[in-house]
Design a protein around this ligand. Structure first.
Ligand code: ACO
Length: 366
């Protein structure tokens, strides 16, 4: 029997390794800085799903498979058209994942369903964006890769190589992060022998919260509220005094800087406006200083969302799409975890630690 303090195996994984003390993140054993330097998003998805790299004998190039799966079915479009125009796109994406009638709902799920979900989700997000802004959704462009096509569908112009490179790096860095809250939610659903689409809609529900995937828009709202480099110190001090949280700082896993934050700090510079970047740098400097002073024994560090938000703004994505874009990147990791979960499936039922009253006699009222 497993006691409450022992791991029950539900978080066992061979996909992404995290050493929070050393700030080390690996996909299938390869350091994240190497992965992002050598692989685009499709190849990263292949690495996460099957542990193979392009050129290796068993490697599967999913670029063309994703391209073939971009269209949305008429019945899915009818469901999306029935949603309130102003509903957050992350809710629309979660609904769409539940309503995709052309994605099989079988147990165990296969790579086919995973590729359907990865590919169609990006068309859904672009479609929802155009609907909410009253414009016309762009048709997917078969000439473009997964990330460039997403930018094209949202922006309606051929994206510059600089923007595609930046967003591709973001997608690679956000593609997986071990047993995060959303991934755990996905694995719990699949452990009941449910299907991948149901599990991914649970993951989207978990990702939506501001302590997880909902943080990136909060970063920009914070920078907007600060306004200028001169206001940074007063704004941060006031927020911390009110026990407010600074978005983009702290992480439950890392005791040093998140390695993705280190890389995104550099990549965001390529696309952010110089004024925005200077404000963010000053904000980060003061925030780290104040957070370390408040809890010297447990200093907090910049997390993936701080410069991630700047990068998303720099490539021209609108804020309501920040969390959905995080979700699109994560569909690869969720899929890999889904396939891993069913390959070693056991029902996830954490050992409960009961803290309520001991059994007691029922005494009146009758
Ligand atoms: N700003 C100010 N104070 C903070 C922050 C922050 N960003 N993060 C933690 N603290 C403080 C808390 O107020 C708390 O203080 P208290 O003990 O005086 O009440 C203490 O640090 C511990 O907070 P926890 O929430 O228990 O710490 P944990 O490490 O579990 O939290 C989390 C991690 C949720 C990410 C937190 O740092 C946070 O809220 N950050 C801001 C939101 C954010 O950036 N989220 C994205 C994270 S990346 C991802 O997807 C998980």
């Amino acid at each position: 029997m497993t006691s409450a303090s022992e791991p029950d195996g539900s978080a066992d994984t061979s996909i992404t390794g995290i050493d929070g003390a050393k700030g080390l993140l690996t996909y299938r054993g390869f350091r994240i800085d190497e992965v992002v330097r050598h692989l685009g998003y499709e190849a990263t998805a292949g690495l996460l799903l099957w542990g193979t790299r392009p050129g290796e004998p068993a490697a599967r190039d999913i670029t063309s498979e994703l391209r073939l799966r971009r269209q949305l079915s008429p019945s899915l479009l009818r469901v999306l058209e029935s949603l309130p125009v102003d509903s957050p796109p992350i809710d629309g994406l979660r609904t769409a994942v539940s309503a995709m009638d052309d994605v099989a709902r079988v147990y165990p799920p296969t790579a086919h369903e995973a590729l359907d979900l990865i590919s169609r989700s990006s068309t859904v997000v672009a479609w929802l964006y155009h609907r909410s802004s009253g414009s016309r959704a762009r048709e997917p462009d078969p000439e473009l890769g997964h990330v460039a096509n997403f930018l094209w569908m949202v922006q309606g112009t051929r994206p510059s190589p600089e923007r595609v490179r930046a967003l591709e790096r973001y997608f690679v860095l956000l593609a997986d992060h071990g047993i995060s809250a959303s991934t755990y939610a996905l694995r719990i659903v699949l452990s009941t022998r449910s299907d991948l689409a149901s599990a991914m809609s649970a993951a989207l529900g978990a990702l939506k919260g501001p302590l997880h995937g909902g943080a990136p828009p909060g970063v920009l709202e914070m920078l907007d509220a600060v306004g200028s480099v001169e206001q940074v110190e007063a704004w941060i001090d006031g927020t911390l005094e009110r026990r407010g949280r600074l978005f983009g700082f702290g992480h439950p896993t890392y005791q040093v800087e998140d390695p993705r934050a280190t890389l995104l700090r550099e990549y965001a510079r390529d696309v952010a406006s110089p004024e925005r970047y200077a404000l963010a740098q000053r904000f980060e400097e003061v925030a780290l200083q104040r957070l370390a002073r408040r809890r010297p024994d447990q200093p907090l560090f910049t997390n993936v969302d701080f410069y991630g938000a700047l990068l998303l703004e720099g490539v021209g994505l609108p804020r309501p799409l920040f969390t959905p874009t995080f979700a699109l990147a994560r569909t690869a990791g969720w899929s890999a975890h889904g396939l891993e979960q069913v390959a070693q499936n056991r029902l996830v039922r954490p050992p409960e630690r009961y803290l309520g009253p001991a059994p007691r006699p029922w005494t009146g009222p009758d």
